[in-house]
Write a protein that binds this ligand. Structure first.
Ligand code: PLP
Ligand code: COI
Length: 361
């Protein structure tokens, strides 16, 4: 398999400093994109080829392009952080690259070499470095690598052509309220993913499948949906775009990876960060009955959601068919806040990177 070297074709008309600074002053999430993007093609018999960094802009696709009909698509999400010395580093890009390969296998797509994935992210961040927000705040540059099937035709089969791309977007808080606790609807009937399905792949279809339940949750006044397992409808899996953690005093517990939830990189990192801070951390099955009972008897002290976009977001109100309750009095819990700061400090380069997670550019 060939590893393409990415050819640089930078924009002759990047946004002016003033326009970029105006965006960086209030980036929101996923609303603005940097001046460039990376594209790499894959063709059967030829492998990966034509790696390029080009000005950000629309794609031209034949209406019969495979991905538009059968959703053969995967994506990733990772962030670049401004370091105290002004340099830039990404967080665990190798982990994203490996998960991207796992998603490729599940969707019958070609695997991009880990080093090519990292190189593509590096090239884009280097080129658009001015778009990485200032050090010290909550903002970062969110990178969105993705791959689509580009073969033209309506046959249902793995495509013989693909396009891999990386785009980048300056990111502030994913939830408009910042670290304000979010409310959760426990979905006891609609499921996100099934055993043997593709719940542990990062593919657009999983997000499409989550939208109706998300709209129903919003109608009930909730910010997010918590999905349960598809067989017994009782075991907690994850939210539409975040994993969950339950805090029992000095122990944090996250649902076991069953194959129908995403193996979050933030989730994985927190298992270690928690131990570094002197907490216990473990993976276990958690039922909704246990969730409700342990909240009522006070042993479950905090609940939080975690993910690249959401960082760590406390859970406040929880609603389900049986009623509703509040976690940690509806305020961000102490352990949640400590873990959040500890993780952000590693990412912002102000505390020791003892796990070797930061990739300096
Ligand atoms: N679960 C889902 C469904 C997600 O989309 C995400 C976001 O990427 C996560 C969990 C958290 O994963 P990570 O921490 O790797 O961003
Ligand atoms: C991420 O956190 O990177 C995601 O892909 C989740 C999505 C809801 C933005």
């Amino acid at each position: 398999m060939t590893t393409p070297t990415i050819e640089l074709k930078p924009s002759a008309h990047p946004l002016s400093d003033a326009e970029r600074e105006a965006i960086l002053a209030n980036p929101g999430f996923g609303r603005h994109f940097t001046d460039h993007m990376v594209t790499i093609r894959w063709t059967e018999g030829r492998g990966w080829h034509d790696g390029q960094l080009v000005p950000y802009g629309p794609l031209s696709l034949d209406p019969a392009t495979n991905v538009l009909h059968y959703a053969q698509e995967i994506f990733e999400g990772l962030k670049a952080y401004r370091q105290p010395d002004g340099s830039v580093a990404t967080f665990r890009p190798d982990a994203n690259a490996r998960r991207f390969q796992a998603s490729s296998r599940r969707l019958a797509m070609p695997e991009l070499p880990v080093e090519t994935f990292i190189e593509a992210c590096d090239v884009l961040v280097q080129q658009d470095k001015a778009w990485v927000p200032a050090h010290g705040g909550e903002e970062s540059l969110y990178l969105r690598p993705f791959m689509i099937a580009t073969e033209v035709g309506l046959g249902v089969k793995p495509a013989n052509e693909y396009l891999f791309m990386v785009i980048a977007s300056p990111a502030g808080a994913y939830f408009p309220g910042g670290v304000k606790p979010v409310s959760i609807w426990l979905s006891e009937d609609r499921v996100r993913a099934v055993p043997g399905g593709m719940g542990d792949a990062k593919t657009g279809g999983n997000y499409a499948a989550s939208l109706l339940a998300q709209a129903e949750a919003a109608a009930k006044g909730c910010d997010q949906v918590c999905y349960l397992d598809a067989v017994e409808h009782k075991w907690v899996e994850e939210l539409g775009g975040m994993n969950l953690y339950f805090v029992y005093g000095d122990k944090i517990v996250t649902p076991t990876l069953t194959g129908s939830l995403l193996a979050g990189i933030t989730r994985d990192s927190l298992l270690s960060v928690a131990r570094d801070l002197g907490y216990e951390s473990e993976e276990a099955r958690v039922s909704i009955d246990q969730w409700q009972a342990d909240s009522a008897n006070g042993t479950l002290t905090e609940v939080f959601a975690c993910g690249t976009a959401a960082v760590i977001t406390p859970v406040g109100t929880v609603k389900c068919n049986a009623g509703e309750w509040q976690q940690s009095g509806g305020e961000p819990g102490e352990v949640t806040v400590k873990l959040r700061e500890a993780l952000l400090d590693i990412q912002r380069g102000v505390s020791e990177d003892k796990h070797g997670w930061m990739h300096n550019l």
